[in-house]
Write a protein that binds this ligand. Structure first.
Ligand SMILES: C[S@@+](CC[C@H](N)C(=O)[O-])C[C@H]1O[C@@H](n2cnc3c(N)ncnc32)[C@H](O)[C@@H]1O
Length: 274
């Protein structure tokens, strides 16, 4: 156990008081938020992002894993995912793409039914776009007469790609985790996502934060973070994860798989720009 350090204690108390003050200021500015927490460089809002977003300022990037459109009824994978019945449409009902209109750099995970809509949204905003994929190396071996469920898509809409990571694919396993949420993204996926659409020191918004996988990756990589979550249970997990991330310093909980060296060849539905 480390020795008690009164200066450290005073410094920590000071920071807690500043954060509480800032959270109060933000809550006053955003009455739609049921709770606001400020932890280090992160602002976390409990509530509906559609109501909270108008009260927030500008950010450098939106990085989010919103509710996918998944059929919980009927056959196929959707029917097998029993948890969908428990979550009241908060994870499987899609989302209102209009919220993206205020941003010119967004990196949005999606399922196949949302691909075309997100591409239309990007084109409607006059942005360039690219399909990025997360290729899972350990997919559920259920094919149901179809391809393996080994790919998740991202539409990245942007003006100019000035960021460090240029590859269109992220490769690695689905990971187990201890968080009571059905769709937690692995840290390596979020870390590699951030590098494709933002730089260190910039601000990132996740309006569908869940357990704050995006936020934790921001803390670990020196970005500031704004997260919104509608479920209080997930919001509490998010707050704890962000606090733990600051406590752990800059060590990743799980090492990221090596980034792929080759650029994907083929699948480019864009207007000819690579
Ligand atoms: C796919 S999950 C995100 C999971 C997250 N990537 C993680 O790793 O924990 C989408 C989240 O959006 C939340 N959500 C759904 N509708 C919302 C809304 N209108 N405003 C804010 N959050 C919402 C859900 O409760 C859910 O936790």
């Amino acid at each position: 156990m480390s020795e008690y350090d009164p200066r450290r204690d005073a410094f920590d108390s000071f920071n807690v008081a500043i954060a509480a003050n800032r959270a109060k200021l933000l809550a006053d500015r955003c009455p739609a938020a049921k709770r606001v927490e400020v932890i280090g460089q992160c602002e976390l809002y409990l509530g509906d992002c559609m109501e909270i977003l108008p009260a927030l300022g500008k950010v450098d990037a939106v990085v989010t894993d919103p509710p996918y459109e998944i059929a919980a009824a009927g056959g196929g994978m959707g029917a097998k995912r029993k948890y969908l019945a428990d979550i009241d449409g908060k994870i499987d009902a899609g989302f209102d793409l209009a919220l993206l209109s205020a941003f010119d750099n967004w990196f949005v995970f999606c399922g196949k039914p949302q691909l075309v809509k997100l591409i239309s949204q990007a084109e409607g905003q006059g942005l360039r776009w690219q399909i990025v994929t997360w290729n899972k190396t350990n997919p559920t071996p259920l094919t149901n007469g179809n391809y393996l469920p080994d790919t998740e898509y991202v539409i990245h809409a942007f003006k100019t790609h000035v960021w460090a990571a240029k590859s269109r694919f992220i490769v690695g396993p689905v990971e187990k985790n201890d968080f009571a949420h059905p769709t937690v993204k692995p840290q390596y996926v979020m870390a590699q996502s951030l590098r494709r659409c933002s730089s260190g020191g910039q601000s990132v918004l996740d309006p569908f934060m869940g357990t704050a996988s995006t936020g934790v990756a921001c803390v670990k990589s020196g970005r500031s973070f704004v997260g919104i979550e509608i479920s209080e249970a997930y919001f509490d997990i998010a707050c704890k994860r962000i606090r733990d991330a600051y406590r752990q310093g800059d060590m990743f909980a799980t090492p990221a798989p090596a980034a792929p060296k080759a650029e994907q060849i083929g699948l480019d539905l864009g207007s000819g720009d690579q």
